[in-house]
Design a protein. Sequence first.
Length: 241
Amino acid sequence: MPESIRLAKRVAELASCSRREADQYIEGGWVKVDGQVTEEPGFRVLPQHAIELMPDATLEPIEPITILLHKPAGHDASASTQFAEQRITADTRAATDGSCIRFLKRHLANLTMTDALDASASGLMVFTQDWRVARKLIDDAAKIEHEYIVEVTGDLVPDGLALLNHGLSFNGKPLPPIKVSWQNETHLRFALKGGQPGQIAHMCKMVGLKRVGMKRMRIGRVPMAGLQVGQWRYLLGYERF
């Protein structure tokens, strides 16, 4: 029986290129084995395997990407790497994604989750390979406004809405002014910067309400828009947080 060899060696022979360039072609998603895209340079192939280098293959570097995900309620995202691998797949990509970026396995490597949501909450989450995006959303978090729609029950105390906007404390410190308004009889809209875990639930409790649901709708200038529950898309080149 013939021995298998690394896919990168076959590609180097096929394309008359260096082994490093062959690795780049494979990792870039430009190589098919028996009609299936294979992104692992170390994949073992036999002589009878059909190896194809796509006509539009390029050696241009793969740019770091940023992914927007609509997290479902009831799912723990604290183990960010595992959560991303489970949720960010070719099948869960939004059909409305207008980025024209080809989904690669490399896009799941070295992802930073910038803004956590607790398990009971849903809404917009950001995963990025771009250090510039990570720095803005993590290091400059106090300057980035987040918008939430919060479902509540209970009876609001007198002047409760005014207190939510300004006048409450959390962890022993006064909270800065934020924007809170009614969306309807059971839902409040919160827009705040530098929010802390548990802050919104605490604020609701202080004015006679109980938080029963929460969805993050926007981070900075980037809204969740039409992204359906469980789906994701790439951040577009012109979008800025």
